[in-house]
Design a binder for this molecule. Structure first.
Ligand code: HBI
Ligand code: FE
Length: 275
């Protein structure tokens, strides 16, 4: 019989049980935190770094959701809810649509520092939560949740999942100092934080909503293409219209492989693996 505290409710939420973390688990958080802070100082966008500082997410160890929620709630009305792992799409979107971010609360093992398939608390809390402190991005994430529930109903979830992947998880943004990172899958990954900005291999292409929703992505390797937004207003504005006509248009368009560069692209960097 599993411990009642960890039995998910029908919205898949559980208790974080912060006192239960071991010294070794806090130590893994500290190692990951220190490493990323060094790498991201000149690579992450100012909004991410400001969100991290605003939350007081520090090196001392795994943060307590109760403390973070007091700050996050005051800033943008978002709440972190603890979940055991990936939850069903409809549950995920329903949480986002209600300004609740489902965050896993287990942390990777010491031998998984560089990569793990499932999101752990470092990916979710260090990677995703700081961006929810930014009011415009916070609005975008709620709009994405509402859009996800609609896309589910229209059988077009795969299109919207690509938008999430190439923005929320692996998005880049222009800044006065050059291209910077805001994607959570990147900021929580040592290797990809460097690769996405400095490697000649991947394409870097200006944000284009329909183009992104045509583009397949890789889940187990660095991305072959990154999409660059001008600012978060552009990202939020893109989710304002009803997507139903887009889904109809996309049915007449072929999917594109991750390495593809098309004639319509505004190419900021053509990768050396481009097809
Ligand atoms: N569940 N906990 C969690 N975290 C996610 O990022 C997540 C999920 N379920 C579904 C999902 N992401 C994606 O399939 C959707 O973005 C499409
Ligand atoms: Fe994620």
């Amino acid at each position: 019989m599993s411990d009642l505290k960890t039995l998910p409710r029908d919205d898949f939420t559980i208790e974080q049980d912060w006192p239960a973390y071991s010294a070794e688990e806090h130590g893994i958080w500290r190692t990951l935190f220190h490493r990323q802070q060094e790498i991201l100082r000149e690579r992450a966008c100012p909004e991410f770094l400001a969100g991290l500082a605003g939350l007081g997410v520090a090196a001392d160890g795994i943060p307590d959701f109760r403390r973070l929620n007091a700050l996050l709630g005051a800033a943008t009305g978002w709440t972190i809810v603890a979940v055991p792992g990936l939850v069903p799409d409809d549950v995920f979107f329903a949480h986002l649509a209600n300004r609740r971010f489902p965050a896993t609360c287990f942390i990777r093992r010491a031998d998984q520092l560089d990569y793990l398939q499932e999101p752990d608390i470092f990916h979710d809390v260090y990677g995703h939560v700081p961006m929810l402190m930014n009011p415009i991005f916070a609005d975008y994430m709620q709009a994405y949740g509402k859009g996800g529930l609609k896309a589910l109903g229209l059988g077009s979830l795969n299109r919207l999942a690509r938008l999430y992947w190439y923005t929320v998880e692996f998005g880049l943004i222009r800044s006065p100092a050059g291209i910077r990172i805001y994607g959570s899958g990147i900021v929580s990954s040592k290797g990809e934080s460097i690769y996405c900005l400095e490697s000649p291999v991947p394409n870097r292409i200006a944000f284009d909503l329909l183009r992104i929703m045509r583009t397949e992505y890789r889940i187990d390797d660095f991305q072959a293409s990154y999409f660059v937004i001008d600012d978060f207003d552009q990202l939020f504005a893109a989710t304002q219209p009803d997507f139903s006509p887009y889904y109809v248009q996309l049915q007449a368009m072929s999917d594109l492989g991750p390495e593809t560069v098309t004639l319509g692209d505004t190419v900021l960097h053509r990768g050396n693996s481009a097809r």
